[in-house]
Design a protein around this ligand. Structure first.
Ligand code: SF4
Length: 425
């Protein structure tokens, strides 16, 4: 079943997209349902999922029925449909299998793992936020989003293709525990999830919480009683780099041998209308890929088709220019949609975009929960009262970094940001 949760602007319906993929047919069905049963506003999330805002009171069942009829719910199976929906949290690159940097095509593994997660009734006990990352080595990958379990492709060596595996964080040499072959992945994740559920106390919903009372080695040992994993290989040839933001938008080449291109675009502040989604479905060649950067990606285009697609996306109101200030701004629902918000961050973000003379990657958050960004952005404006923000710069300090200034209004925040030295963000 799909959930509708209360929000300040009426019900909010979250829709998980396997691998971030929405077919054109599903996009039309979802857009029609958003218009008929909700406000018509559709948001993209930082897990490459979607949510419908403003569900009309009394229309909840009809909305869910329409979405399930379009195949936008969990697979049929044993146990509760709610639980099967909750466990569908597996992320992969929106360019999985197509990116020049791909070491392992994660698409079949993502599909197999999603099926497995929904087939084990015991996994119903996992938090709906418990999330697993498959990183195939792509240049375009959200490797800065922390996950409960991550698997990241290693360069092939004499042992053949393998994934590094780590717990509670982002792919990196420091956090790597073991390496596993692709054919071991499902059994390994299954064993780790069983180990997590055996060891976790009632207040430990996420892997990072379990790691406060059990070492990674303990958890791994519990899992390894069920399978034999390979040890830690020589990682000197594994410089996993963070994704370059400019690859998220505009026209870029896919894997060289393909001769094909993709066009990426961000939704302005993560939102689109039902009419825009209908138009996107018409523009796509059958499939729209949603990204963890609250945007879309249209792949497999010739150079000419990519140019035409980029123009059409811009005409639709989507953002394809990395140098445009609005493209780089992220903002949560703010006070228009969330009781916790100290400010109307979406309206303030639009105002900020008009004042920035240097494009900056800035996250405006209505409160410290940081719903719009799982990672730490280069710059964060944390709302403290209506129209006022504390400014943070990313660093090793704290959740948002180092606090540079307090109680700034939007004009003052733009002024401080405009005076900062150029940075690659
Ligand atoms: S970050 Fe805070 S204010 Fe913004 S949507 Fe989340 S809970 Fe609400």
């Amino acid at each position: 079943m799909l959930h509708i949760v209360p929000a300040l602007d009426a019900g909010l319906c979250r829709i998980r997209l396997p691998g971030g993929v929405l077919t054109a047919e599903q996009a039309h069905a979802l857009a029609a349902a958003a218009s008929r049963h909700a406000s018509g506003i559709i948001e993209a999330t930082n897990r490459a999922n979607l949510q419908l805002r403003g569900v009309t009171a009394g229309h909840e069942s009809a909305l869910i029925e329409a979405l399930l009829a379009a195949g936008l719910g969990p697979q049929a199976g044993a146990g509760s449909a709610d639980a099967r929906d909750n466990v569908r949290n597996v992320m992969q690159s929106p360019l999985a299998g197509r990116d020049e940097g791909t070491l392992i095509d994660t698409r079949p593994l993502t599909a197999d793992l999603l099926t497995h997660l929904q087939s084990v009734p015991m996994f119903a006990a996992l938090s709906p936020k418990f999330c697993i990352l498959f990183d195939g080595g792509e240049a375009l990958a959200a490797t800065d989003h922390p996950h409960d379990i991550w698997l990241s492709a290693l360069p092939a060596d004499a042992l053949g293709p393998r994934f590094a595996l780590g717990l509670a964080g982002c792919p990196g040499i420091e956090g790597m525990l073991i390496s596993v072959r692709p054919d071991q992945v499902i059994a390994t994740v299954d064993a780790l999830l069983h180990a997590f559920l055996r060891l976790a106390g009632p207040d430990q919903q996420r892997m990072r919480q379990l790691l406060t009372t059990h070492s990674a080695a303990d958890i791994l040992q519990q899992a390894q009683t069920q399978l034999g994993c390979e040890g830690k290989p020589d990682l000197s040839a594994w410089p996993r780099q963070p994704a370059c933001g400019a690859l998220q938008v505009g026209i870029h080449a896919q894997a060289q041998a393909s001769g094909l291109y993709y066009v990426g675009a961000r939704l302005p502040l993560g939102r689109m209308t039902a009419a825009q989604l209908h138009a996107l479905a018409d523009l796509s060649h059958g499939v729209v890929h949603f990204t963890p950067w609250q945007g879309v990606l249209l792949p497999d285009l010739s150079p000419l088709a990519a140019e035409i697609m980029a123009t059409e996306l811009r005409q639709l109101g989507l953002l394809t220019d990395w140098q445009s200030p609005l493209t780089r701004l992220i903002a949560c629902a703010g006070s228009a949609g969330c009781v916790k918000s100290q400010a109307d961050v979406k309206t303030d973000a639009v105002a900020l975009a008009g004042l920035l003379t240097v494009p900056r990657t800035v996250h405006l958050s209505g409160c410290p929960r940081s719903c719009a960004a799982a990672h730490t952005a280069p710059w964060t404006l944390l709302a403290v009262s209506p129209g006022h923000y504390d400014l943070y710069q990313r660093s090793a300090e704290g959740r948002f970094g180092t606090r540079l200034a307090q109680q700034l209004n939007v004009e003052q925040a733009a002024g401080v940001l405009n005076r900062q030295p150029a940075s690659p963000d």
